[in-house]
Design a protein around this ligand. Structure first.
Ligand code: NAD
Ligand code: GLY
Length: 353
């Protein structure tokens, strides 16, 4: 695949490339433009790929956080910044974020803060981070019980997506990435058709390698048009309001699994309140269910709805605002009062679970 360039006001800000052998070739080549490099990763990824990093980059300083969303905290961010300062990094250094979305989001935020901003290269190692989180410059940590409450828009200079990383991913992480891919399918008719036509090979690594570029291209198109989420980019939050609510309350499933659940709930809201095409939305829900492998046990929907009211995307007027799917490749914003959202979520929970 050719590189996809993301630019705002005609200035190139980020370049995303799908490559094989990223660690051995593209990354060392890209880092030769910087005086210093620093690798941020998590302990799981370090155990799997640390030796390859050393073989490719030599004695580069490396800092690994404990793996997992529960460590996406200001404390982890501060310990990374301390390690960067301890290594004596200068302004012309490049921070390499090697890992999933947690590493990418925290690392991107650290790069935006350190000396008021140093270069950052994302090397996403999960399916989710390749098709979604590494592209587009959203960075954050969770804070005071709210997901991604503290963050910044900060575009990585480069993103290198290598499907070879999928070989070590547990099936659950594949499902997690498929959650965001199905979300793209709910927004883009071509991605939707590809997923429906390949229902029997959704977990096949060759199929996933095939569909990563189209998913990156879709996301890059949205980010190019609206890098700071003033309008169009809000569409990428489809399924996420309800997903974040269940995720914060429960936390037993992965982010992408909650996105699939959230998409199912919000598709139901679209049937009721947005004139959604019921046949299409049934089919979309069935795709979500196929990826989930059955409906998971969920916590109390009313409690979850209360968390949704805390979502940072809301207006603060006590209502819940969501992007909901309405027909193939079509979606719209839906605003419900907090009370109505609570009631309906409970009803939908009874219907779906
Ligand atoms: P993650 O970073 O926690 O990775 C999932 C697990 O997979 C971790 O245990 C990790 O150690 C392990 N792992 C990573 N690469 C591996 C590999 N190649 N082989 C084996 N194991 C590997 O989770 P994620 O699903 O990648 O990302 C979720 C995060 O991304 C959430 O915090 C979410 O908020 C964020 N996100 C951000 C954006 C954005 O635009 N910035 C978009 C979507 C999601
Ligand atoms: N994942 C949502 C966004 O990047 O805007």
């Amino acid at each position: 695949m050719k590189s996809i360039v993301i630019h705002t006001e005609k200035k190139e800000v980020s370049r995303v490339t799908c490559r094989k052998n990223v660690l051995q070739r593209a990354l060392p080549e890209a880092l030769s433009a910087y005086k210093e490099a620093f690798v941020f990763t998590d302990e799981t990824v370090r155990a799997l790929y640390g030796k390859k990093v050393r073989a490719a980059l030599g004695d580069v300083p490396m800092h690994a956080m404990p793996a997992g969303e529960e460590h996406k905290t200001p404390e982890t961010l501060l310990s990374l910044l301390a390690a960067m300062a301890g290594a004596g990094l200068h302004r012309n250094a490049c921070l390499v974020c090697l890992g999933g979305g947690v590493v990418g989001d925290i690392g991107g935020l650290a790069a935006s803060l350190y000396m008021r901003g140093i270069a950052c290269i994302q090397v996403p190692t999960t399916l989710l981070s390749q098709v979604d989180s590494s592209v587009g410059g959203k960075t954050a940590v969770d804070f005071m019980g709210v997901k991604n409450l503290v963050g910044a828009f900060f575009q990585p200079r480069q993103v290198f997506a290598d499907p070879a990383f999928f070989a070590t991913l547990p099936p659950r992480e594949i499902r997690c990435g498929l959650g965001e891919i199905v979300k793209h399918g709910a927004l883009d008719g071509d991605i939707y058709d590809t997923l429906q036509a390949n229902r029997d090979r959704l977990f096949d690594l060759d199929f996933l390698a095939e569909i990563v570029p189209a998913n990156i291209a879709f996301k890059a198109r949205v980010v190019r048009a609206d890098a700071t989420e003033k309008g169009l980019r809000k569409c990428l939050n489809l399924g996420h309001t309800t997903a974040h609510a269940f995720e914060l309350l429960d936390g037993k499933l992965s982010h992408g699994e909650y996105v699939l659940v959230g998409t199912m709930f919000e598709a139901e809201l679209a049937k009721r309140h947005a004139g959604g095409d019921a046949a299409y939305l049934d089919e979309l829900q069935s795709l979500c269910l196929a990826v989930l492998g059955g409906m998971p046990a969920l916590p109390d929907a009313v409690e979850a709805a209360r968390f949704a009211l805390l979502d940072k995307k809301n207006t603060g007027k006590g209502s819940v605002v969501m992007t909901v799917p309405v027909a193939k490749g079509k979606y719209q914003l839906l605003e419900l009062s907090g009370e109505q959202y609570c009631e309906e979520l409970q009803e939908i929970g009874r219907k779906l679970c």
